[in-house]
Design a protein around this ligand. Structure first.
Ligand code: HEM
Length: 496
């Protein structure tokens, strides 16, 4: 009897976890290509890519090599089916049909515990309100008023590096770029570094980094994959209780800080008719009514901006520094351009050919976020001629399109020159999307580019730099795809 019951249970488990998903997989595979690995699905691919090709994104980068007309690639994630869109036309349909999707929190669920109501993961009316509240503050024109603040932060970090021969001899561009970008998110939000405020003895950058690292570590554990984020809320172990308490205390600390700032901005506005130092929060306080409801979400939005804007922009800068060293001729041209430039404003820097070509090419070749978070279909619908069933995961993979020879000549070569003098042939609107597209595109893209241009410009002005010739770049998976070993740059201070 026991054996029969066991067989029945195993049969139903196999049906639910493997057989039904496999038939769904076949249904979608006929529109493109795909790979089904029972239970483990795409996790196997991630492991293989690192082990065999030393690049966690190898497969998505090379997805269209054999078939540039490929439309989609189907994989499984446990029993769920996931469609990776690689054809720009399909991506366009996807972005025009956002009403049928919600963000899937499988990979990010635990990190979200520190900002559950942040703009990046709320849906519907709540998302619309949040996006409306911040949209003016993230306009290029408004952000240009924050350029002096960004400039100060970059100078401070570079000046510190200049004082230490040890740092100059072994400069880790990821660490120092993220120092800059983390401070920039805080300073552009509040108008200053708020250094006097300490959380458990830590400044804001250290506290946020500490909390996000703890949550990230939990997300990489087997328990997370088996039981999800709720498991860590149970406070079963000392370390679970430690992390849970940090989240609660930090949220309440930030709530007080933001309320205090709002009150002081409102007072300044009342007494002087304007807020003297520009910032994202100042822009909101001076143009909108701050309700109790909006206050409630502002903390989570701030944390979201920090999480979304620090590593990404830092990664863009670090990888650009690295690739510049791999192209010495162009490095010289960039240096000449930067030295000759008279207009250091964000508008002026946006006109520099080589500077922008390098940033654009890094974003194409190995941008920090070359795919969006997974989306789950909330209703049956069509993308073009493809019927998408409710519950299917769909995600546009711009990394595949960015490396498709149909759109880019010699796509696996890092070549900033393709962006000079309009050499790059007119590309499909959805074949270059480092900041995604549609209504949920990156709200911080202008800030990211302003920060990247100011920092790169300053770096090139201040330093000669090269990379240790023995260094081998291996890309692994952390919070995002990152170099496994720190990039060892050698810096010498330039004499002007
Ligand atoms: C080079 C730097 C950056 C890149 C490549 C990047 C890329 C992206 C991408 C691809 C998305 C879409 C994600 C999805 O739909 O699943 C996104 C969304 C977002 N980004 Fe960025 N980002 C960068 C910098 C920033 C910065 C500096 C901020 C803010 C300070 C920021 C804030 C956000 C937010 C809040 C969202 C969610 C928007 C929404 O759902 O309405 N990002 N970003």
């Amino acid at each position: 009897m026991f054996i029969e019951i066991l067989i029945i249970i195993l049969f139903f488990a196999a049906l639910r976890l493997v057989i039904i998903p496999y038939f769904k997989f076949l249904k979608y595979k006929k529109y493109g290509d795909g790979r089904f690995v029972p239970l483990l699905g795409e996790l196997v691919e991630i492991k293989e890519a690192i082990k065999k090709y030393e690049d966690v994104d190898y497969f998505v980068s090379h997805q269209c090599d054999e078939n540039p007309d490929l439309r989609l690639y189907v994989v499984n994630l446990g029993s769920k089916i996931k469609l990776r869109l690689v054809d720009p036309d399909l991506m366009r349909d996807f972005f025009l049909n956002q009403q049928y999707y919600e963000k899937d929190t499988f990979y990010i669920g635990n990190v979200l515990r520190c900002a559950p109501q942040g703009i990046a993961f709320v849906e519907g009316e709540q998302w619309k309100k949040a996006r409306k509240m911040f949209s003016q503050a993230f306009h290029f024109e408004y952000l240009t008023s924050l350029a002096p603040l960004i400039e100060q932060i970059a100078s401070k970090v570079f000046n510190q590096a200049m004082e230490s021969s040890e740092i100059l001899a072994n400069y880790d561009p990821l660490v120092y770029s993220q120092k800059i970008t983390g401070q920039v998110v805080i300073a552009t939000f509040f108008g200053e570094q708020v250094n006097e405020k300490k959380f458990r003895g830590m400044d804001l950058v250290s506290a946020l980094t500490h909390m996000l690292n703890l949550l990230g570590e939990q997300s990489m554990s087997l328990q997370y994959f088996l039981f999800g984020a709720d498991f860590f809320k149970l406070r079963l172990t000392k370390s679970q209780r430690y992390v849970d308490d940090i989240i609660k205390d930090f949220r309440s600390f930030m709530k007080d800080l933001i309320e205090e700032k709002i009150e002081s901005f409102q007072k300044e506005l009342k007494e002087q008719g304007k807020i003297s130092v520009p910032s994202i929060l100042a822009q909101i306080v001076s143009t909108q009514e701050i309700t109790e409801e909006s206050k409630k979400y502002l903390f989570d939005d701030f944390t979201t901006f920090y999480a979304a804007g620090t590593d990404t922009t830092g990664h863009l800068l670090a990888m650009t520094f690295y690739y510049i060293t791999q192209n010495p001729e162009l490095q010289k041209a960039l240096q000449r351009e930067v030295d000759a430039n008279q207009d250091q404003s964000p508008q002026g820097l946006a006109q520099l050919n080589y500077l922008n070509a390098f940033l654009k090419e890094t974003l194409r070749y190995y941008g920090p976020a070359n795919f969006t978070f997974d989306r789950i279909a909330t209703k049956d619908h069509y993308l073009g001629d493809i019927p998408i069933a409710k519950g299917t995961i769909v995600v546009p993979i711009s990394q595949s399109t960015h490396r498709n020879k149909k759109y880019y000549e010699d796509p696996h070569r890092y070549n900033p020159e393709r962006w000079l003098d309009n050499k790059q042939k007119q590309i499909h609107n959805y074949a270059y999307m480092p900041f995604s597209s549609g209504q949920r595109n990156c709200i911080g893209q202008h800030l990211a580019m302003i920060v990247a241009r100011i920092t790169l410009n300053k770096f090139v002005k201040m330093f000669e730099f090269s990379c240790d010739p023995n260094y081998k770049l291996v890309i692994t998976q952390r919070f995002m795809s990152e170099p496994l070993d720190p990039i060892p740059l050698r810096l010498t201070v330039r004499k002007h």
